[in-house]
Design a binder for this molecule. Structure first.
Ligand SMILES: [Zn+2]
Length: 326
């Protein structure tokens, strides 16, 4: 790992999504118009979306990989040490580190071990219980609006939508809870309404930061894992199947070089996404165990004890080979 300095104003926002299925987003070709606002943003040149690959099939395993730049299973030592924790790297390089989630306190250690030692601001559903119950993920936006930013900000927003039950993700008074109805599958209708809400929520976050004229901004959104809704007869998440790791990834930045590099990655994995984030925080990470075009999807245990999938990207033919390792 090597660090670089630099004193320019910079804001890096990592939105860790929850159970988002790209195939249910209209920007990825879904027939129902579930993401009209992302479509609107995509008309600008500095916006990019692609399908990526998660580092795990459940929230905890994935969050560890996402927030700690973990390459391989069975590397709990590195996760626990915080050596490559994005929060620690940011802190080491003078960033204000803000973590806001609609999940409970237990998630803090997945994102940054040592009880969030490297976070300057921690807001969770445990500390904002009544607020989160009423406002759901909008609580994250309310708390975000209260933050004071400095010249260097690293912000992790960790979401609850669209985890099952899909009907429980909406804030009080949200109008579009039943926008999609009478489809073939009630569960799909419910999920699509949750994605419509996700679109509104994301639009507000992107607009909050992409209007900043002060320095560089980077907004990176990636779901923690997929949520299957009947594809190949499969539902939900939490089991080792390549489809559970298919995720949407959305990025916007006014740093043209960053965007160029990001767009060049075929199906970015959590590891590659987090490495890109580490880079804008000022650090180059190279895990000595890296094999060219090989990445991993963890089972339920981030240490690999519940099995994992080893995948190899065939970049030339735009294909991915998966191997299940138990
Ligand atoms: Zn999750």
């Amino acid at each position: 790992m090597s660090a670089r300095g630099g004193g320019h104003p910079i804001t890096v926002v990592y939105v860790m999504g929850e159970s988002i299925n790209a195939k249910h987003m209209s920007i990825f070709g879904y027939e129902r118009e579930t993401t009209p606002l992302m479509k609107k943003l995509s008309e600008k040149g500095d916006f990019y979306y692609t399908e990526g690959i998660a580092g795990g099939v459940c929230t905890i395993a994935s969050s560890k990989f996402m927030a700690n730049v973990i390459y391989e299973p069975n590397n709990g030592k590195l996760t626990n040490s915080c050596e490559t924790s994005l929060c620690k790297l940011a802190k080491d390089n003078g960033f204000k580190v803000i973590y806001i989630t609609s999940k409970f306190n237990k998630m803090i250690t997945s994102v940054c071990n040592m009880s969030g030692k490297y976070m300057d601001v921690i807001e969770t559903a445990s500390t904002n219980k009544a607020h989160v119950e009423r406002r759901k993920d909008d609580c994250i936006l309310d708390l975000l609006d209260k933050q004071e930013f400095t010249d260097k900000n690293f912000i992790i927003l960790h979401k609850r939508c669209a985890h099952t039950p899909y009907t429980a993700v909406f804030p009080e008074g949200y109008k579009n809870r039943t926008h999609f109805k009478n489809g073939k599958d009630k569960k799909v209708d419910e999920y699509d309404n949750a994605i419509l809400y996700e679109d509104t929520w994301l639009y507000r976050v992107f607009n909050k930061f992409n209007r900043r004229t002060h320095g560089k901004f980077y907004i990176i959104y990636a779901s923690d894992h997929n949520e299957l809704l009947g594809e190949n007869g499969l539902y939900s998440h939490g089991y080792l199947h390549p489809a559970v790791a298919d995720i949407p990834v959305i990025v916007q930045s006014n740093d043209a070089e960053f965007m160029r590099k990001f767009k060049a990655i075929y199906k970015p994995t959590h590891y590659e996404i987090s490495k890109m984030i580490a880079e804008v925080l000022g650090f180059q990470i190279k895990n000595p165990n890296e094999e060219k075009d090989v990445y991993y999807i963890n089972g339920l245990d981030y240490n690999g004890r519940a099995g994992y999938i080893r995948l190899k990207k065939d970049i030339k033919n735009k294909k991915i080979e998966y191997e299940l390792v138990n």
